[in-house]
Write a protein that binds this ligand. Structure first.
Ligand code: ZN
Length: 394
C-alpha cells in the first residue's frame, strides 16, 4: 500500500483514521510545501477531532490536507516524491510523540521521544561559523589545539588537557563539559539548536553522525554531522534564554525545549483548526457581548474560545499546560480530592502519581508530597474514619 492523499474528503479521512489506528499522518498545506510537512500518529488528538467551536472541514477542506499511510516508510516515500528529496519531515508533534520520527529518513534509525536529548550550541563567536555549519550539514566547535577529543578517556583528562594547552587558571568547567559532551554524550537522533548569543535562535537540526576530528579544516575541527531541518532568526523570550556557553544540554528544561521547538517550527502548531465555527465576521461584530449563566455553565470556556478569534495564539495547548492551568489557582486539598475522586479507592502513593497532583507539584512544589496529601486527606476526613485511622487535626 502506498500513502493516500486526502484532499476535500473529510469523511474519507476520518474513515481511514478509524480503520488504521496504527497509521501515520502528514499535515501539510494544499501547496504541499516541503517546509511544512508535519508527521503525526493516526491516534493523535490534534488531527483526529475538531476542537470545540471549530467547524467541519478543518482537516482536508480548507488550507490543509492530510497524507495517510500505514507505515512510516510509506510516508517517507511520499515525502521524497512530494517534499524534501531526503524524505525528512519538517516537523513532528510533541503531543503524539513523533519528533523522533522526523529523523528516521535521515538517520535510518528509530528511537523513542524520551531517548532524545536536546542541545543548544553556539557556532563560534557571534555565530560566525553558522553559515558553514548550515551549508555543510555539520555542527562544529573550537578548541582545535586539543586534537582528537577521543584520545581523552575521561572528563578529568579533558579538563587537564584544557588547563595544559590553554593555560587556564581555576577549573574550566564549561569548556571541559562542552568538549567532553560534544565528543561523547551527544547521540545520533538528538536534537540540536544553533543560537547566537543568548537571545537569537538560528536553526534546529538532528544529529546524524558521530564525533570526528577533521584535520583538513582550518578551524572548528571538532565536527559532527547534523541534518539542519529549519533555519531562521528567532528571538528567544527573556525567561527562556539559554546560557552563554558553547554547548548546553537542555533536556531537563521542558519549557525551554518547548519554546525552542515552537520558535524553530519543529512542532506542528495545528493551524488547520484555526477557522472557528462561529467566526465573527466583519458583518457581525457585537460591540459588547454579555455571557449570562450560573457558575460552571461554560462562560469562561466560551470566552476563551472566542479569544482565539482575536489573537494569534493557536488553539493548541500541551497536556502539561492544560493540567497546570487547571490546578494553578486551586488549593492542594482540592487537587488531592479531585485525584482521589478520579482514582476511587487508592493509596497515597497512587495519589502522588496522579496527573493533577503531579501538575500541581510542578506549579507549587512540596518537599514531601506524600505528607502533604496525608494532611489534606486527614483534614477532610470524618472523625471516626476507620480507613484513614487518624484523628482529625483541630
Ligand atoms: Zn500529533
Amino acid at each position: 500500500m502506498s500513502a493516500i492523499e486526502f484532499i476535500n474528503d473529510e469523511s474519507g479521512y476520518f474513515d481511514w483514521l478509524n480503520n488504521n489506528q496504527e497509521g501515520f499522518v502528514i499535515n501539510t498545506p494544499r501547496t504541499k510545501s516541503p517546509s511544512y510537512m508535519m508527521v503525526h500518529r493516526g491516534t493523535c488528538r490534534h488531527i483526529k477531532g475538531y476542537a470545540t467551536n471549530y467547524r467541519e472541514g478543518a482537516f482536508t477542506e480548507r488550507d490543509y490536507i492530510k497524507i495517510c499511510a500505514n507505515t512510516l516508510d510509506e510516508l517517507i516515500k511520499w515525502a521524497k516524491e512530494n517534499g524534501r528529496p531526503d524524505g525528512s519531515f519538517s516537523g513532528g508533534c510533541k503531543s503524539c510523540g513523533t519528533l523522533s520520527l522526523i529523523a528516521k529518513a535521515v538517520t535510518g534509525t528509530q528511537i523513542n521521544n524520551n531517548e532524545i536529548n536536546y542541545w543548544v550550541f553556539s557556532p563560534g563567536e557571534q555565530a560566525r561559523f553558522w553559515d558553514i555549519c548550515f551549508s555543510e550539514g555539520i555542527a562544529a566547535i573550537g578548541w582545535d589545539e586539543l586534537g582528537d577529543l577521543k584520545q581523552y578517556g575521561t572528563i578529568e583528562d579533558v579538563r587537564r588537557a584544557i588547563k595544559d594547552v590553554f593555560g587556564k587558571d581555576g577549573n574550566p568547567v564549561n569548556d571541559t563539559l562542552a568538549c567532553f559532551d560534544f565528543a561523547n554524550t551527544i547521540k545520533i537522533n538528538d536534537i540540536i539548536f544553533a543560537k547566537k548569543g543568548m537571545a537569537s535562535l538560528l536553526g534546529c537540526g538532528i544529529v546524524t553522525g558521530g564525533y570526528r576530528f577533521d584535520e583538513t579544516r582550518n578551524e572548528f575541527k571538532h565536527v559532527r554531522n547534523v541534518k539542519w531541518i529549519t533555519r531562521g532568526n528567532w528571538e528567544i523570550p527573556d525567561d527562556k534564554k539559554v546560557a552563554l556557553k558553547t554547548l548546553t544540554k537542555i533536556t531537563e528544561y521542558n519549557e525551554v525545549v518547548d519554546t525552542l521547538l515552537n520558535l524553530s517550527g519543529l512542532i506542528d502548531k495545528n493551524e488547520e483548526q484555526r477557522t472557528p465555527i462561529n467566526r465573527l465576521t466583519t458583518s457581525f461584530v457585537p460591540q459588547n457581548l454579555i455571557l449570562y449563566g450560573p457558575p460552571g455553565t461554560g462562560k469562561t470556556y466560551q470566552l476563551r474560545n472566542l479569544q482565539l478569534d482575536f489573537t494569534e495564539e493557536t488553539a493548541s495547548e500541551t497536556c502539561t499546560e492544560f493540567l497546570a492551568s487547571l490546578v494553578a489557582d486551586k488549593p492542594w486539598w482540592m487537587v488531592v480530592a479531585a485525584a482521589v475522586l478520579d482514582l476511587k479507592r487508592v493509596k497515597v502513593s497512587d495519589v502522588v502519581m496522579h496527573e493533577l497532583v503531579q501538575a500541581k507539584q510542578q506549579v507549587t512544589p512540596k518537599k514531601n508530597l506524600g505528607a502533604t496529601i496525608w494532611i489534606c486527606l486527614a483534614a477532610h476526613s470524618v472523625n471516626d474514619d476507620q480507613t484513614l485511622n487518624v484523628k482529625r487535626p483541630d
